[in-house]
Design a protein around this ligand. Structure first.
Ligand code: FA5
Length: 346
């Protein structure tokens, strides 16, 4: 019978192609080719309309059986291919847990960051809150409102990198004083403001053109110079221990009156004199003083009612003293041999 032979041929052809299928896409194509609407099987089913009723039954049954077997073989081949894929992955993605793992180098907190955190903690313990300001500052806040008008000779000590005539990289954290006073509008102030500052200083062992400072500012009624002295003495003791000596010497800052500089005995030579301390036995750590009445007045505070003190500490210098670091440039080189020495310190 012609149709039966055709069915046999279709099945034989389909089964051999299914066996050769390499992937799921091949199988999908074969399924639609051999069992879909335009398949040779469906052509035979369409032709059945012309057959006698007995033949129709036989051919119809056989055609369905062939279709079922083709589908079964496709499903079986699909399973085979899936298993082969899983086995391939198991072989190739096998993890040998006995191999030594890759070690990750654990970094360490930068010594300057550590100093910032410790100093913040010391001052927060004394009731200070942390403030900040932008590194690109306006001339008015960096100089003018700090009692340093244009042309004032004190500007020469802090030459900066100017962006425009009115915008510069701040030379000190002192503009945060002005910003805070303007914000507090006559209220008492007690802040510590850490941050980067920039100067056209020549780089050497103790100077950098970019370094960091802490600004401290306390404004309230009845604040005196002895509050400033007591605060700084306590800070130096907590930070460096009581073995280092400190000295206050008269100084000049346009925004404080009177002004002082605080030196700490040289960490390297202990005070006998060496190249680090330029043979003086002392290293300058900070500048400070009583807030100048002009600064208070400019920011809206009545200097007859309010007084204040302020200080500016060099963060690099403080860190150098704590750890006996003899060149400020070490902080900026990212040299792991230097940084690893601070591993594990609190
Ligand atoms: C000032 O910058 C004042 N604004 C400090 C101040 C604040 C005085 C509030 C009064 C009231 P001075 O230029 O001295 O002051 O710098 C303060 C500290 O910054 C210095 O004591 C020193 O520790 C550090 N310092 C100054 N210049 C450099 C530099 N080029 N590199 C590293 N540290 C520096």
């Amino acid at each position: 019978m012609k149709e039966e032979e055709q069915l046999q041929l279709i099945e034989k052809d389909a089964l051999s192609k299914v066996n050769e299928a390499k992937n799921q896409n091949d199988l999908n194509d074969l399924r639609s080719f051999y069992t879909g609407k335009k398949s040779p099987l469906s052509d035979i089913l369409k032709m059945m309309a012309n057959l006698a009723i007995e033949q129709k039954k036989i051919i119809g049954k056989k055609a369905n059986e062939v279709k079922t077997r083709i589908e079964e073989s496709i499903n079986a081949r699909r399973k085979e291919l899936e298993e082969a894929a899983i086995n391939y992955r198991l072989q190739n993605e096998r993890i040998d847990v006995s191999l030594p793992g890759k070690t990750f180098k654990v970094g360490t907190m930068h010594p300057l960051t550590r100093t910032i955190e410790e100093v913040e903690e010391i001052f927060m313990g004394m009731g200070y809150s942390i403030a900040d300001g932008p590194e690109v500052e306006i001339d008015k806040f960096n100089f003018e409102m700090l009692n340093v008008p244009k042309g004032h000779p004190a500007r020469d000590m802090q030459d900066s990198f100017y962006i425009t005539e009115n915008y510069l990289m701040r030379t000190q954290t002192s503009p945060v004083q002005v910003r805070t006073l303007l914000k507090k509008k006559g209220e008492p102030v007690k802040i510590l403001a850490p941050g980067k500052v920039y100067r056209r200083d020549d780089d050497d062992a103790t100077h950098s053109h970019q370094f960091m400072q802490f600004e401290g500012l306390v404004v309230d009624k009845n604040i005196t110079m002895s509050d400033l002295k007591g605060t700084l003495e306590l800070f130096v003791k907590k930070m460096f221990g009581s073995s280092l000596k400190i000295r206050f010497k008269p100084s000049y800052f346009p925004f404080t009156e009177p002004s002082v500089e605080v030196d700490v005995s040289c960490f390297k030579c202990g005070g006998s004199g060496c190249p680090i301390c330029k043979h003086s036995g002392w290293i300058e750590l900070l500048g400070a003083g009583m807030v100048h009445p002009n600064v208070l007045r400019e920011a809206g505070y009545d200097p007859e009612v309010y007084q204040g003190f302020a200080f500016g500490i060099g963060i690099e210098r403080a860190t150098m003293m704590r750890h006996g670091i003899d060149d400020i440039r070490n902080f900026y080189l990212n040299d792991q041999r230097f940084l690893n020495q601070f591993k594990g310190e609190n």
